[in-house]
Design a binder for this molecule. Sequence first.
Ligand SMILES: NC(=O)c1ccc[n+]([C@@H]2O[C@H](COP(=O)([O-])OP(=O)(O)OC[C@H]3O[C@@H](n4cnc5c(N)ncnc54)[C@H](O)[C@@H]3O)[C@@H](O)[C@H]2O)c1
Length: 261
Amino acid sequence: MDPVSTSMSDETSATASNVVLVTGAAGGIGGAVADRFLAGGWRVAALDVRPIERTGDVHPIQADLRDVAQCRSAVADAAQWGGRLDAVVNAAGVWTEGPSDLTDEADWDRVIDVNLKGLYFLTSAAIPHLERSRGSVVNLSSDAGVQGNAGAAVYCASKGGVSILTKALALELAPRGIRVNAVCPGDVDSPMLHGQARDYGGDEPDAYLGKLLGGYPQGASARFIQPSEIAELIWFLCQPFAAPITGANISADFGLSAGIV
Ligand SMILES: NC(=O)c1ccc[n+]([C@@H]2O[C@H](COP(=O)([O-])OP(=O)(O)OC[C@H]3O[C@@H](n4cnc5c(N)ncnc54)[C@H](O)[C@@H]3O)[C@@H](O)[C@H]2O)c1
C-alpha cells in the first residue's frame, strides 16, 4: 500500500510517530529544528544539498532545492519513509549582499531559486500529505523579509517573497486544514552568519559582526540569537495548541525590526 494513502484517522491523530520534513537540515537552524523535533518524539526527514550526518530516527535526503523535480521527489521520499507528513520546515537558505549595480544574474538566480522558488515547490508538493494530516508549514523568513536591509536587496527580495507567500498560502490552504506561518529571525549564530562575516567582512570579520550587533536596541548587552531559540518557536508553531496561528510572520529579532531606536 502506498504509505501516504493511509486512512484519514491514522493521519489526523497526533501521535509520537509524527513526521517533519526539515530542509537545510545540515545547517544551523535546520539542524536545531531536527534536534527539537527528535526530542519531542517526532521522526525527521532531513533534507540538504550537503550530506546529512545524523543519528537517531532521521531519514537523510540529499537534494538541491533549485531543481523542482528534486523538490517533488524529496517530498515523495519523505512521505514514503514516514508513512505520513505532519509538518514541513523550510530552513534551507543562502545569503548574498553587495551593491545592486554590481549584482550579477547568477547570484540573483541562486538566491531566489533556493530561498523562494525551492521553498515554494517543496511546499507545493507537500500539500496533499499535509491535508491528510491537517499539518502545518513553517517558513524561515528574516528581519530582512519585513524591512529593508541596505546592501542586501536580493536577499530582502527573496525573504519579502517568503513572508507574503506565507500569508497567501495560509489563506489558500486554510479550507484544507493546513496552517502556514513564517518566523523572521534577526542575526542567528549559525554557519550562515559566520560565512557572511568571512565573505563580506574583508580583513575584519569580527568588525562585521560587531556592526550587526551595534544595530540592536539592547546596546551593550546585544547578542546573536541561538539556533535552538528559533527551533523552539518553530516547534511551538507546529503543535495542536497553535491551531489559531496561521498566516503569521513572527519576528524573533530582539526588536531589530520594531522601529527606530
Ligand atoms: N543565520 C541568520 O542570521 C538568519 C537570519 C534570518 C533568517 N535566516 C534564514 O534561516 C534559514 C536557515 O539559515 P541558517 O542560519 O541555518 O543557515 P545555514 O547556512 O547554517 O544553513 C542553511 C542550509 O541550507 C542548505 N542549502 C543551501 N542551498 C541549498 C539547496 N540548493 N538545496 C538544499 N539545501 C540548501 C545549506 O547546505 C545549509 O545547510 C535560511 O533560510 C536563512 O536565510 C538566517
